[in-house]
Design a binder for this molecule. Structure first.
Ligand SMILES: [Zn+2]
Length: 320
């Protein structure tokens, strides 16, 4: 079973007009296109994707299961979306419900919403069957703020992992400083029973920092969505780094670094907006062929190591 732990469904109402407008400007300037073209032709392609289309793409790429996450940017300066956070998460849950064998939901909520965030999370997990929660510190907070301890306590109680963005920021209006993985170390330390997933595995230049934290904290995991561009552009460097991570001696039985890396794609944002260079199909194939590709550079990888990344680790961590 091949599992993608990072996917989205993004109808227009999940983000404010201001966010879509800023995103359109950014894509327009990076692709040298008029902003109207992005707004009228590219964004609608994202807005119109539903679970049915998502599953079609998964099928043609050979992805058996995808985790679909809500995104809550409402407390950043782009402002609240037309849908409330409850409505947005409920939409994801309903879409997931249509393909229970293929999809699993991740609740997206900003822990700064306090009591309300906890209530949304509870509902998402207990009523809607969501299997994890995603937080997005780049919208303006450090995840180790003590104010969020009740939120993490609830995650432990519900048994759901916390996925937190750790990568350079591509969205306008957000800041990379909050994505520094070091701000998850304190959370991992205070909540040893909480599973923390460092989303995007610190891409591109915080990966060593992520591994540094993981080597001391057996409850910290990573997923590799966003790494497509770097792996394809610099295969030797990317593969030799991966070999190094997998060789690091384990601090805890069954929790070596290789037991804690998961596959992810971040579809459809990256591909549809040309922010990520590889399609789902090509990225899946790329990771599957790691043992062959490694050989070209004198690096030895086993099928078992790749299987853990593509399947076993995500299954174990999210109890799929
Ligand atoms: Zn994403």
């Amino acid at each position: 079973m091949l599992i993608n732990v990072h996917g989205h469904l993004l109808p227009r109402n999940v983000w404010s007009d201001k966010h879509w407008d800023l995103l359109a400007s950014q894509v327009a300037s990076s692709l040298n296109l008029p902003k109207e073209t992005v707004f009228e032709q590219m964004l609608p392609q994202i807005w119109n994707i539903d679970a049915e289309r998502l599953v079609e793409v998964m099928d043609s790429a050979g992805i058996d299961k995808a985790m679909i996450m809500g995104v809550d940017f409402g407390m950043s300066w782009v402002g609240e979306a037309p849908w409330s956070v409850e409505e947005m998460n409920h939409y994801i849950a309903k879409q997931v419900e249509e393909y229970p064998d293929k999809l699993a939901g991740i609740c997206g909520v900003d822990p700064r919403r306090g009591e309300r965030a906890i209530k949304i999370l509870e509902k998402a997990v207990e009523e809607w069957g969501m299997v994890a929660v995603k937080i997005w510190p780049v919208t303006g907070f450090y995840p180790d703020d003590r104010e969020f301890w009740p939120f993490y306590e609830k995650c432990v109680e519900l048994g759901v992992p916390v996925h937190s963005h750790t990568a350079s920021v591509i969205f306008p209006g957000q800041e990379s400083k909050w994505a520094d993985p070091i701000y998850l170390d304190g959370v991992a330390s205070h909540f040893p029973d909480l599973k923390i997933v460092m989303v995007h595995f610190g891409a591109p230049n915080w990966t060593y920092k992520c591994v540094g934290i993981m080597s001391g904290r057996p409850n910290v995991y990573v997923e590799i969505s966003g790494h497509q561009t770097f792996a394809a552009a610099m295969p030797q460097r990317w593969l030799s780094d991966l070999r190094y991570y997998l060789n690091i001696p384990s601090v805890s039985a069954g929790r070596s670094i290789g037991d804690r890396i998961m596959f992810g794609t971040d579809w459809p944002l990256g591909v549809q907006l040309a922010l990520i260079g590889l399609s789902e199909e090509v990225w899946v194939d790329w990771v599957k062929k790691i043992p062959e590709k490694g050989k070209e550079y004198g690096l030895k990888f086993t099928q078992e190591e790749v299987k853990k990344i593509l399947s076993d680790n995500a299954k174990k961590i999210h109890k799929l």
